[in-house]
Design a protein around this ligand. Sequence first.
Ligand code: ADP
Length: 262
Amino acid sequence: NANKTFEYRIMPYGEEHLLLIARDITRVSQLEAMRKDFVANVSHELRTPLTVINGYLEIMPESDDANPFMKKAMHEMETQTHRMQNLIEDLLVLSRIEASSERVYENVVNIGSMLALIEREAQALNKEKQHTIKFHIEDDLFVYGVETELRSACSNLVFNAVHYTPPGGEINVYWSRQSAGAQFSVIDNGDGIEPTHLNRLTERFYRVDKARSRKTGGSGLGLSIVKHVLSHHNSSLDISSEIGKGSHFSFVLDNELIADQS
Ligand code: ADP
């Protein structure tokens, strides 16, 4: 039936036979498509009113020190609008990646220039924390991929390391060729994450410490975006972490995705 979607599994059946199991998942995939559409539409619709609110907040005259309540209220409204904007932008990014039909093999990404941009942004973000952030990026590394997606994945991992490492920490970022492919890693010496949380971190809105994560202004969608980007590039996220020592986030883009420029 052309209108139906099936999921297939093949299992051994006795010594000589194979059993083919077809499951009708038409309803499940319709619901999933509706969910994705709904999230994308709601996020898009919320963007406009929020831009208006933010626009007015920006041009409001600074309240004088004589009215500390107003001053506090304005500050809180700005912080919360900013948080909501981040959340909506991330929801849209996630929807776009989920719906993406962009072919990974059609574009070549220059890793050096992509990371130069992320490095500048990370250093700007680092003003308060004063970490030592070092980038070790192999020269002339080119990969096939969707640049906006890969940039989003790498920057989320780098910015998380900046956010979740106490001031004065050390963060190292690597992109290098290994035997299995091109490897990206971010290593921090922050607080680390309890092992029980590790395999849930890439779920939407999953946070180890809700109150603390909110303070960073994060949306709770960062690692979920990373997971989707990587699955689009046929890769997956590796996380290892030790409490009190730090965390290590990495992924490998398969050798087939390395574009030889010579
Ligand atoms: P958020 O917007 O909350 O940062 P993410 O999906 O990017 O959302 O991350 C999910 C959670 O994983 C964070 O709330 C935080 O608890 C934890 N986390 C992510 N990166 C690190 C890191 N480098 N060190 C410690 N914890 C981290």
